[in-house]
Design a protein around this ligand. Structure first.
Ligand SMILES: [Zn+2]
Length: 394
């Protein structure tokens, strides 16, 4: 049981198999993500911008780009063959592999005055998967009781040129076909988020005509749903009113503000989940790797409410988000939630972030039956109809 689940006093819905326990050990001992964190620590203490950039780039390559384990590359002596990984990175990684820690990072930190800043940032890196470990999680033989990539029918959170994405609806739909998906949901930002070029309702109407045309031309290959990513305001209400929400086939409600506070925001999140028309609670925490903690809330309580009203909890696979992670996903699973596993892509390449979502779900032991992306069309459409039909309880 994860420490979060244990602290919350909840029982896990399933007993982990030996294969899933072994996978979990790999996750806990993910040297790639630990090495990336040490390099982020070093970036923090650099006095010049150039070396700060160099360490951050090395961290990103080891955390988010490398397929192979740094343990293997150190054993082979080939880490330096990876572009942009230099001698100082090799020293840190090799210390970590051989000694389980890095004396050179300790030394650099000992001379650094703002030690509390380092500790704070370390707290913003918990529960993330490296690309290497994500691949292990996808490849592990966990049995039919746990979601597999082959069961995934398509992504339900992505952005296009209608807000802050870089591709058209048609380009995203064709990319989905190339990935073997049969459905996607386009969820450009609503007008309440001008920083992300959120759509006016007039623009949404034009977008819907474009989606209709794409659906007509790609009929039988992929179906594009008309979603929207609405903004959860400070009091838990949404930037779109109930009538505006009805213009879409589904609403993802996500927090984009108040993501750096320690104060409890359970009421805000529970209120958002109860809002009529909401289908998915998007990147529930709003956390960001190495930079912000996201919303603090009594998550078992939020998830219990999501389960009660049938709102899916998202595992957002964007590498920097990974929100919620496998630990919270175990809690949501035990509370009876269904899940949406989404990329939050802003480009075609980012559609592959669904791999991280699926990996977190597999580590948590989520079955395909609890993942709305895996449901057949009849069940998925029925669930969306229910979400749209939900009225406010007084
Ligand atoms: Zn968002």
């Amino acid at each position: 049981m994860s420490t979060i689940a244990a602290a919350a006093g909840v029982k896990l819905a399933t007993h982990p198999s030996a294969a899933r326990r072994a996978l979990r050990r790999h996750v806990d001992e993910d040297l790639n993500i630990i090495a990336a964190g040490l390099l982020q620590d070093l970036a923090l203490v650099q006095s010049n911008e150039r070396s700060r950039f160099g360490y951050k780039r090395a961290a990103k390559i080891i955390g988010a780009v490398l397929d192979r384990s740094v343990r293997e590359l150190i054993a082979e002596g080939t880490l330096r063959d990876v572009p942009f990984l230099g001698a100082s990175t090799e020293r840190v990684v090799s210390e970590l592999v051989r000694e389980g820690e890095s004396p050179s990072v300790h030394k650099a930190l000992a001379a650094y005055a703002k030690r509390s800043d380092v500790e704070k940032r370390r707290g913003f890196r918990r529960g993330f998967l490296s690309r290497h470990t994500m691949r292990l999680a996808l490849d592990a033989k966990l049995g039919a009781g746990v979601i597999a990539v082959t069961r995934f029918r398509g992504d339900l959170q992505m952005h296009t040129t209608w807000s802050d994405g870089v591709e058209s609806v048609a380009a995203m739909a064709n990319a989905a076909i190339a990935l073997g998906w049969t459905r996607i949901g386009v969820t450009d930002h609503s007008y309440g988020l001008p920083i992300a070029r959120g759509m006016s309702m007039a623009a949404a109407a034009q977008q819907h005509a474009e989606i209709d045309a794409v659906n007509e031309s790609l009929a039988g290959r992929v179906r594009v749903y008309k979603g929207v990513e609405a903004n959860i305001l400070a009091d838990g209400s949404l930037d779109l009113n109930e009538e505006e929400r009805r213009a879409f086939e589904y609403v993802v409600a996500s927090p984009h503000s108040l993501l750096r506070r320690d104060t409890d925001q359970t009421v805000r999140m529970v209120t958002a989940v109860r809002e009529p028309g909401v289908a998915i609670l998007g990147h529930p925490q709003g956390r960001m790797y190495n930079s912000r903690p996201g919303v603090a809330a009594d998550w078992p309580k939020v998830f219990r409410e999501a389960a009660r009203v049938g709102v899916a909890v998202e595992i957002d696979g964007n590498w920097h988000r990974q929100d919620i992670d496998y630990q919270l996903a175990e809690v949501a699973l035990a509370e009876g939630c269904v899940f949406a596993l989404d990329s939050d892509a802003h480009s075609i390449g980012e559609l592959a972030f669904t791999d991280y979502s699926i990996a977190h779900a597999r580590i948590a032991g989520v079955p395909a039956d609890r993942v709305v992306n895996c449901w057949d069309d009849a069940r998925f459409d029925g669930w969306l109809r229910e979400r749209r039909g939900r009225v406010r309880r007084r």
